[in-house]
Design a binder for this molecule. Structure first.
Ligand code: 0X9
Ligand code: CA
Ligand code: ZN
Length: 426
């Protein structure tokens, strides 16, 4: 009996340790969708992967499963059905994550670009992650070492660790501009008249963790000192941060944990300080998956003062993307269609700098087509289909902000101002 009494707390302790140990392993679960279930899941801020018809697929940790059990919502574990062949594919071409960039490979390749194109490319370290990895930016412009009065635009990738394709698209954009500068007069003109800044890997610690330990990791690797790790960097920006708990969580365990305060993370702080010293005129943040272009606001479904402009630019980009491989990328205001969130990059860049800002959710379209996985052979076509849209936006910032157009104040967007559109049309 005595033994049992000692044993009980011990078992409890072991269980707690095990729970903490495994708290980062998550399962893909499926629940039947009805309005009550949806509400419960939203309230719990669970990591929704995909919904269709009467089904919702969720990435759920131990704590989520316990909560679900308590609510009595029935679920089935589906993880095995999604450990797809795409995953095995990615290791086929060597390197730690196949043809995708690891942190060290990106570092190497960025410095290689600088080495090959010293007149046009300059690598900068804009900050360090929790685990002391560098956050790299590459500037692409003529007279790259000088600060000229040119239109600046920024492309970001990999806020979320598991979204590997979001590193490749901005990196390949930079490489393309450099490699085609001499031979393509249009590219030369773009590069000469603008400063393109690319930060392909905002979350290096998370990416490393996703490669070596847990493919579905989303957040950074802050030690939350309660057995959990990570802040969702796309909930940690300082505009309407923590506005409510819809799509953003105060719970460190959650995949959508927004951190203890706005810009608590070295990674988001690096972006903030970097952008504050510049004069960017547009921002694109690449994510995946969904094939959709979304623009602020995300914290509310009310339209912003740039709603018409961002709608028009998204429409144009969507058409350009579709023109390449026929893939359809939808577009709309984030809070209007996808889901409400707060503290994301684009709400901050619109809210603080007043610039058109876009989240481009790269392929695949849905979880059945691979969710966070894109086969290595799709890296190039995904980049290619996104190239004309990126070039279009670079052209747009040049057109609207070149010295010849200095009379254009950021609040006067000419044609876009007068276009009124029907917001109910989708
Ligand atoms: O939830 C996000 O951070 C983004 N989607 S993802 O699946 N890549 O995680 C979308 C952010 C879009 N912005 C807002 N909805 N505010
Ligand atoms: Ca220049
Ligand atoms: Zn993302």
């Amino acid at each position: 009996m005595k033994k049992l009494i000692i044993l009980f707390p011990l078992i409890l302790l072991i269980n707690l340790v095990l729970l903490a140990e495994f708290s980062e392993e998550k399962e893909i679960i499926r629940v039947k969708k009805d309005s009550e279930v949806v509400q419960t899941i939203m309230d719990m801020n669970m990591d929704i992967l995909w919904q269709k018809q009467d089904q919702i697929f969720i990435l759920a940790g131990v704590k989520d499963l316990i909560k679900l059990e308590n609510t009595g919502i029935a679920y089935s574990i589906e993880s095995e059905n999604f450990s797809g062949s795409e995953d095995r594919d990615i290791f086929s071409q060597g390197g730690v994550n196949g043809a995708y960039h690891s942190y060290l490979e990106l570092e190497h390749d960025l410095f290689l670009l600088e080495h090959l194109y010293p007149q046009l490319a300059k690598v900068e370290i804009i900050g360090n992650s929790h685990e002391q990895r560098h956050i790299y930016a590459i500037k692409i412009s003529d007279h790259v070492l000088q600060q000229e009065n040119e239109a600046q635009i920024i492309f970001l990738g990999c806020h979320h660790a598991r979204e590997w394709i979001s590193v490749e698209v901005p990196y390949l954009l930079g490489k393309y501009l450099l490699e085609n500068y001499q031979s393509d007069s249009d590219i030369k003109k773009l590069v000469n008249q603008s400063e393109v800044w690319i930060i392909p890997m905002v979350n290096p610690d998370g990416l490393v963790y996703s490669i070596y330990f847990y493919r579905y990791w989303r957040k950074n690797r802050r030690n939350n000192n309660d057995g959990t790790y990570g802040v969702d960097l796309n909930r940690n920006y300082g505009y309407k941060w923590g506005n409510d708990n819809i799509g953003s969580s105060p719970d460190p365990f959650s995949s959508l944990y927004r951190g203890p305060y706005a810009f608590s993370e070295p990674e988001t702080k690096a972006i903030r300080d970097f952008m504050t010293g510049k004069n960017f005129k547009a921002l694109v943040s690449y994510h995946n998956y969904s094939q959709i272009i979304i623009y602020p606001w995300g914290y509310t479904n009310k339209p912003s003062h740039l709603d018409n402009l961002m709608h028009c630019l998204s429409e144009k980009m969507s058409n350009l993307i579709q023109g390449v491989n026929g893939n359809v990328y939808g577009y709309s205001q984030a809070g209007d269609s996808l889901y409400l969130t707060n503290g994301d990059t684009t709400d901050w860049s619109l809210g603080v700098f007043g610039i058109p800002s876009f989240t481009i959710e790269l392929p695949p379209a849905d979880i059945l087509s691979g969710a966070f996985y894109n086969s290595e052979i799709n890296i190039t076509p995904i980049f290619q289909e996104n190239l004309p849209a990126a070039l279009y936006l670079i052209k747009w910032v040049i057109k609207h902000y070149s010295q010849e157009n200095t009379q254009d104040s950021p609040k006067n967007f000419g044609q876009y101002d007068h276009k009124s559109r029907d917001r109910s049309r989708k």
